[in-house]
Design a protein around this ligand. Structure first.
Ligand SMILES: Cc1cc2nc3c(=O)[nH]c(=O)nc-3n(C[C@H](O)[C@H](O)[C@H](O)COP(=O)(O)OP(=O)(O)OC[C@H]3O[C@@H](n4cnc5c(N)ncnc54)[C@H](O)[C@@H]3O)c2cc1C
Length: 406
């Protein structure tokens, strides 16, 4: 790399403008750091009319987006609040109904289109003078030295940064380039994602039904007759479902949720995602930190993946900004360790919980199946137990970053 003075200097470079990458960029730049954000895909000013990738955003994530002044744009008409969660077992008698009434709130969370959330964050990013967005752009050369990371982008732009953040998703280029080890175990599930129109109104209830091969979720959208579906099942069944025409697929979906919403019509082309559990052994490396799917991917059965990534972004930002204000080197691994300790155990706990639910609902007979029936019934009757589950799902676990506190 050249030694000329056209090298651009930043405190932090974030690779990947997904939701966690954007949140980290907004938090750090609004605290005064010079930040570069690099995104490889072209992001359209106006996203396509159909938004097939939907996510359930919990209350803690909403608080973080609110503090960053991005939630108002979503709350008007782009977020669909759900007031209840109904979890049922296709093979048993159990059902648990989680309600906003139990916790004295107006709703339990919101369903949002990932692309619209990214747009809201980008609108805010444009207002911050010390946040520079390179898009479409990619790193071609990265050299980690003692005091800086030297970067060359594909268009030959040269940069020097104190800290590089890998927010570049499950196949993270940053993680792979540094050979950061990762535990990787396929879930033996494929998720089919689609938008459907239902005969009966969803009444703002998020429905999840565990079938013998895996769970199907109907997530309520803004229009009371539309839902986003996430159907996780074994790869053979997923392939057979993807081979159906949309009319037949709608019938299978209606049956899988036990016709709770009547007939179902699939309104767009479904997409299939193979599901893999991944967890990086380390989230930090000299001058590098990983957040979001670059650090972990989990089963979508409880809609937590993105929420974990949002917490990673908020916690890393707090650690980095604290070091920056104390005039310490933000790229030293010992100054980043607090972030790894803070987030890795919470993410591992969530990975373990998803494995427990996935395997627990796969049991078809015997003592474990009876135990599941009893547990579901007990939970449904016990408000205190339901509240514990709800608080965890809403993100109220462990120490929250300052930006998530009221
Ligand atoms: C079927 C399914 C349903 C889900 N439902 C939910 C849900 O309801 N709630 C929830 O919380 N989570 C959910 N998740 C998880 C959630 O979608 C992910 O955790 C989240 O999108 C991860 O965000 P990310 O920014 O870390 O990664 P990504 O969304 O993959 O974003 C990474 C970004 O980095 C960019 N990039 C990649 N490589 C480079 C590079 N070399 N240089 C520059 N840029 C690069 C990409 O273009 C992309 O913009 C679900 C996941 C699946 C599979």
């Amino acid at each position: 790399m050249s030694k000329n003075s056209s090298v651009r200097k930043f405190d932090v470079m974030i690779v990947g403008a997904g939701v966690p990458g954007l949140i980290a960029a907004l938090e750090m730049s609004s605290a005064g750091l010079q930040v570069a954000l690099i995104e490889s895909r072209e992001i359209a000013e106006t996203p396509p009319g159909k938004h097939i990738r939907m996510s359930a955003i919990n209350i803690v994530s909403e608080r973080i987006l609110n503090k960053l002044k991005c939630w108002d744009e979503m709350a008007t008409d782009k977020a669909s609040p759900f007031r209840e969660i109904s979890v049922s077992d296709a093979e048993g008698v159990g059902r648990v109904q989680f309600s906003y009434r139990d916790i004295g709130r107006e709703y339990l969370g919101n369903i949002v289109a990932n692309e619209l959330l990214i747009q809201a964050l980008l609108h805010r990013a444009k207002e911050l003078p010390n946040l520079l967005f390179f898009c479409p752009a990619q790193i071609s050369v990265m050299k980690i030295l003692d005091e800086v990371v030297k970067i060359k982008l594909i268009d030959e732009t040269e940069c020097e940064v104190k800290l590089l953040v890998g927010a570049d998703g499950a196949e993270s280029w940053v993680r792979k380039s540094l050979n950061i080890p990762i535990q990787e175990i396929p879930y033996n599930h494929t998720a089919i994602v689609a938008t459907v129109k239902t005969e009966h109104a969803h009444s703002s209830v998020a429905r999840q039904r565990f079938t013998p091969n895996g769970p199907i979720a109907f997530l309520p959208l803004h229009d009371s007759h539309y839902c986003s579906i996430v159907w996780s099942t074994i790869p053979e069944e997923a392939q057979a479902l993807m081979d159906l025409d949309v009319g037949e697929l709608g019938k299978k979906m209606a049956a899988a949720i036990n016709f709770e919403l009547g007939n179902v019509a699939v309104v767009d082309k479904p997409i299939a995602f193979p599901l893999i559990m991944r967890h990086a052994t380390h989230y930090v490396h000299p001058r590098v930190a990983l957040i979001g799917d670059a650090a972990h991917t989990i089963h979508p059965l409880a809609g937590q993946g993105l929420n974990l990534g949002i917490l990673d972004a908020a916690c890393l930002s707090e650690v980095v900004v604290t070091q920056f204000y104390a005039k310490r080197d933000i790229g030293l691994v010992q100054n980043l360790r607090r972030y790894e300790r803070w987030r890795r155990s919470d993410n591992q706990m969530m990975i373990d919980a998803m494995n427990f639910f996935k395997e627990g609902f796969a049991v078809q007979q015997g003592f474990l199946k009876q135990l599941r029936d009893i547990t579901l019934k007990l939970t449904n009757r016990n408000r205190w137990l339901r509240k514990i589950f709800m608080h965890h799902a809403m993100g109220f676990r462990g120490e929250l970053p300052r930006v998530a506190k009221l």
